[in-house]
Design a protein around this ligand. Structure first.
Ligand SMILES: [Zn+2]
Length: 375
C-alpha cells in the first residue's frame, strides 16, 4: 500500500465520521444541508451517507416538505444501533442510566444504597442492573457495555482506583466491581465523566475545562473528543487546590482546599441539605442564603480565575451547582471580572448544558464515543 493510498483512506474515514457525527448531533437532515454545514461537496456527502446506510447506522427518513422545487431526501441515525448503560457510584447512591448512539436519556433511576465494599453491595448492584435491562426490553446484542463512574482516581495502567476518599478506597482493583457486571465494563472518574457528557453534545472541535461542583469538587479537561489524563490520571483534580492557606479543614486531611469552599454542600447546608431550596430562597432574597451565596461566589471566582490563568480555555460550570443555579451564572461572571486582568466580560464562563446525572451518562457515552469513532 502506498503512503498516499493510506492517507486518502484516512481522509475518507475522517469525512465519513464527521458526517455521521453531524447527523448524530443534528438529527434528521438532508445531504445538501450536511454538505453546506461541513463544507464538503455534495457527491462526497452522498457517497458517504449511502455507505453509512449500507452499514445499517443511517436510515432513509423521507422527504423534506418542499417549499417549491425538488424535495430533498433526508437521513437519520439508527439511534438504537448500539445502547450503552451507565452507572454512577456515589457515597450513598447508585444512579443507573440507558443511552444510545445520540446520547439520549432513555431511562434513568437513582437508588439509595450506601456504598460498602462487600459482596452484598455488589450483588445488589448486579440485581438492579438486570432489572434495569429487563424493564427496558434491551436486546442483548445491542448492548455495547456498561460505563461505571466513580468518585476517585482511576488508574488505567494498573486497572485500579488509586484512591477514593469518598468511597474510602485505596489501591482498589476495578475487577472487584466489574466481576459482578455481566457485560463489557469500563471505568471513569466522575468529574471526567461529567466533562465527557458535556462534550458529547458539544459542537465539533469544542474544548473546555469542566468544573464539577457536586458534593465534592473536581474537574475534567475536555479537548476535541479527548480527556486529558495527566501522568498519574489526576488531571483536573482542582478540588484540592489550596484556596485559603491554613483555612478550614478538608475531608482529604489538608486545610483550605477549594472543595471545602466550593462544593454543593457549602450551599445546601444552609437549607438542611437541599440545594434546590437554597436557590429558591436565594431567588426570594432570604438573608442567610444571599450572604452564603456571596461568600461562595467569591471563593468560586478565585478558583475559576486560577484555572483560567493556566488554561485560557472556556470553563463550564457543571455538577449540581451548575445544573441548579439558573441565571446566577451572571453573579459568578461579575465576581471573576473583578479578578481578571484580560477579559473584562468573563464570557469564557458558561453553565453546563447537560444537567441530569451527567456522570452516569458520561460514563456510558465514553465508550459509545469510541464505538462511533470506528464508524
Ligand atoms: Zn482537600
Amino acid at each position: 500500500m502506498s503512503q498516499e493510498t493510506g492517507t486518502n483512506r484516512a481522509i475518507r474515514r475522517e469525512n465519513r465520521n464527521r458526517i455521521f457525527r453531524y447527523i448524530c448531533r443534528n438529527g434528521r437532515t438532508s445531504n445538501p444541508a450536511i454538505a453546506s454545514a461541513l463544507k464538503m461537496s455534495l457527491p462526497t456527502v452522498l457517497q458517504n451517507t449511502r455507505e453509512l446506510q449500507g452499514l445499517g447506522v443511517l436510515y432513509d427518513a423521507g422527504e423534506l416538505d418542499s417549499t417549491g422545487g425538488r424535495k430533498a431526501k433526508t437521513v437519520n441515525v439508527v439511534a438504537d444501533y448500539r445502547l450503552a448503560l451507565g452507572i454512577d457510584i456515589t457515597r450513598n447512591h447508585i444512579v443507573m442510566v440507558l443511552t444510545d448512539m445520540v446520547g439520549a436519556n432513555l431511562d434513568r433511576e437513582r437508588f439509595h444504597i450506601p456504598f460498602r465494599d462487600e459482596d452484598a453491595y455488589y450483588l445488589s448492584l448486579q440485581d438492579l442492573l438486570r432489572e434495569f435491562v429487563v424493564r427496558n426490553h434491551i436486546a442483548e446484542d445491542r448492548i455495547l457495555g456498561v460505563g461505571v463512574s466513580v468518585p476517585g482516581i482511576v488508574n488505567y495502567r494498573t486497572n485500579r482506583i488509586d484512591r477514593s476518599h469518598v468511597l474510602g478506597l485505596e489501591d482498589f482493583p476495578l475487577e472487584r466491581i466489574a466481576g459482578y457486571i455481566p457485560y463489557r465494563t469500563w471505568f471513569i472518574n466522575d468529574a471526567n465523566a461529567g466533562a465527557f457528557a458535556e462534550g458529547f453534545h458539544a459542537q465539533e472541535g469544542d474544548h473546555f475545562f469542566y468544573l464539577s461542583l457536586n458534593n465534592t469538587v473536581g474537574g475534567g479537561f475536555y479537548d476535541k473528543k479527548h480527556l486529558l489524563d495527566g501522568d498519574h490520571f489526576r488531571c483536573g483534580e482542582v478540588g484540592h487546590m489550596f484556596l485559603v492557606p491554613g483555612g478550614e479543614p478538608c475531608y482529604c486531611g489538608q486545610r483550605g482546599c477549594s472543595d471545602t469552599y466550593c462544593s454543593a454542600l457549602r450551599l445546601a447546608e444552609v437549607e438542611n441539605g437541599s440545594l434546590e431550596l437554597f436557590f429558591e430562597n436565594l431567588d426570594k432574597g432570604l438573608d442567610r442564603d444571599t450572604q452564603r451565596w456571596k461568600e461562595y461566589v467569591h471563593s468560586l471566582a478565585v478558583l475559576i480565575h486560577n484555572i483560567h490563568m493556566i488554561l485560557d480555555y472556556d470553563i463550564v460550570i457543571g455538577g449540581y451547582v451548575g445544573s441548579a443555579m439558573g441565571d446566577h451564572i451572571g453573579d459568578i461572571r461579575r465576581e471573576v471580572r473583578k479578578l481578571d486582568l484580560f477579559d473584562q466580560e468573563a464570557s469564557y464562563i458558561r453553565p453546563c448544558v447537560f444537567k441530569i446525572s451527567e456522570s452516569a451518562f458520561g460514563a456510558a457515552l465514553y465508550e459509545m464515543d469510541h464505538f462511533i469513532a470506528q464508524i
